[in-house]
Design a protein around this ligand. Structure first.
Ligand code: GTP
Ligand code: MG
Length: 203
């Protein structure tokens, strides 16, 4: 898939504000600071369309980006950051969960895992939640540039094991710094958008 255009559309703080204009959606989920916004910028070939921060918990809203006029990439708030005040955490949990469960045309959730930390309990919780909603989930190992090459195969196998994938090739190593993994990820997103569209419309 080629990125022809990308624009920020809206930030959403409550479920009532979700865009009504129907487009397929691809959501980006993961712990605070795992690199969600950086991955979106890398994918879209834009330096700072999505806001990146060294302060974890920066993205506190659902941010919608319209890509190629065709689908939304949705940047979700990060979960699992201890220093976020309870008051804020109480609003995002339901916001993220409510969005995922809203029955939108959500084709796939990219579930980002920090390559240096591996899969955490919170990631497994999210994976189970997605599974219960029958949502497709693609594990992405972010900041792969920070992991020594020799440590990579074992980490990829670990993640594949946690996600019960038969093949470690189902895990995408990614770096927003070197853009490693970008082409493969764009192809996976393109296939997901195409594949679902090719299915007959249920009556
Ligand atoms: P929240 O919105 O707070 O949940 O964070 P996020 O998941 O959107 O992470 P963000 O993209 O803001 O990145 C967090 C930090 O990690 C920033 O300092 C980024 O520069 C850095 N970072 C993100 N991706 C990579 C990567 O692939 N390689 C390296 N080396 N650093 C990265
Ligand atoms: Mg962010």
């Amino acid at each position: 898939m080629k990125i022809v255009s990308a624009e920020f559309v809206t930030s959403v703080a409550s479920l009532a504000q979700l865009p009504s204009r129907r487009r397929p959606e691809i959501a980006v989920a993961g712990r605070s600071n795992v690199g969600k916004s950086s991955l979106i910028n890398s994918l879209l070939g834009r330096r700072s369309l999505a806001r990146v921060s060294s302060v974890p918990g920066r993205t506190q809203l659902l941010n919608f980006f319209l890509v190629n006029g065709e689908f939304y990439l949705v940047d979700l708030p990060g979960y699992g950051y201890a220093r976020v005040p309870d008051s804020i955490r109480r609003t995002w949990g339901p916001l993220i969960e409510g969005y995922l469960a809203a029955g939108r045309d959500l084709r796939m959730v990219l579930l980002l895992i920090d390559a240096r930390q591996g899969v955490t309990d919170k990631d497994l919780q999210m994976k189970r939640y997605l599974h219960d909603l029958s949502l497709d989930c693609l594990p992405i190992l972010t900041k792969i540039d920070k992991l020594p090459r020799t440590a990579r195969p074992a980490r990829v196998r670990d993640v594949a094991g946690s996600f019960r994938l038969p093949d470690p090739g189902g895990v995408v190593p990614f770096s927003a710094k070197s853009h490693e993994g970008r082409e493969g990820l764009l192809a996976a997103i393109g296939a997901q958008l195409e594949g679902a569209r090719a299915r007959p419309v249920p009556r």
